[in-house]
Design a protein. Structure first.
Length: 241
């Protein structure tokens, strides 16, 4: 039997896409009550996940900054998660609950999954869903993701160009995320498929620096990592023929 029934609980807490007001009531309660907070952070600088919840923190909590490289070629950094899991387990073993902050939703491309895979077999784990970047982008753009029997696919932009094209051919709607330096490739594919005029772009959805732009206004190297393209082959999603 795992030690978890007598020790601390690990919470994977979705903190939403960026707007602090999009925290759920459950997430807020757990974040305020947990004696230990852990969160992903770049090798240098502040954690975006922590900045989202900062206005709500009571102070006095132990904090674990899980610093890792953000370059795709070096992610996920397994040794970083190994070390973080050991540090978190020590708190759980001592009876302290740990809330791991995850931007968006913990189980939608969330970094929490790597800690979950290391700790869930030995400890009690509770996952708190968060508002995802998908729904935040749809709200910002004022466009539904899909309707009725539409097939919606979520595509990471780092996929090879031919894979992106094949997946886009075989769906009604798509969300293309993690754009960054892959934007030029995504735009080429959309043009070849005749979908550029059906695509909409948003960066930093729900944040103070949110921007909605036409694809033609964006230079090949200007899209940030936290940017997304939503595309629907009907254009107006609600128009069902």
């Amino acid at each position: 039997m795992a030690e978890s029934s007598l020790k601390g609980t690990l919470y994977g807490v979705g903190v939403g896409p960026g707007d602090p007001e999009l925290l759920t009531l459950k997430a807020l309660r757990i974040i305020r009550a947990a004696p230990v907070l852990a969160y992903p952070a770049p090798e240098k600088g502040d954690s975006l996940a922590r900045s989202i919840v900062a206005p709500h923190l009571p102070g006095g909590q132990t904090e674990i900054a899980i610093r890792m490289p953000l370059e795709v070629s070096r992610f996920p950094a397994q040794e970083v998660y190994d070390g973080a899991a050991r540090e978190i387990a020590a708190h759980l073993r001592a009876g302290r609950d740990v809330a791991v902050l995850c931007q968006g939703d913990p189980f939608l491309y969330g970094s929490f999954m790597y800690l979950f895979g290391r700790l869930a077999k030995d400890w009690t784990v509770a996952v708190v869903p968060g508002v995802s970047s998908l729904t935040a982008c749809a709200a910002a753009l004022g466009t539904p993701l899909a309707a009725r029997d539409d097939t919606l696919v979520v595509l990471p932009a780092p996929l090879p160009e031919e894979v992106l094209e094949a997946r886009l051919k075989d769906c009604d709607a798509a969300a293309i995320m993690k754009l960054g330096r892959h934007f030029a490739k995504v735009r080429r594919v959309l043009r070849r498929l005749g979908l550029e005029d059906r695509a909409r772009y948003v960066e930093h959805a729900s944040m103070a620096n949110q921007r909605i732009r036409a694809l033609g206004e964006i230079g090949d190297g200007e899209a940030p990592y936290f940017a997304m393209v939503l595309v629907h082959k009907r254009g107006e999603v609600w128009r069902v023929t």
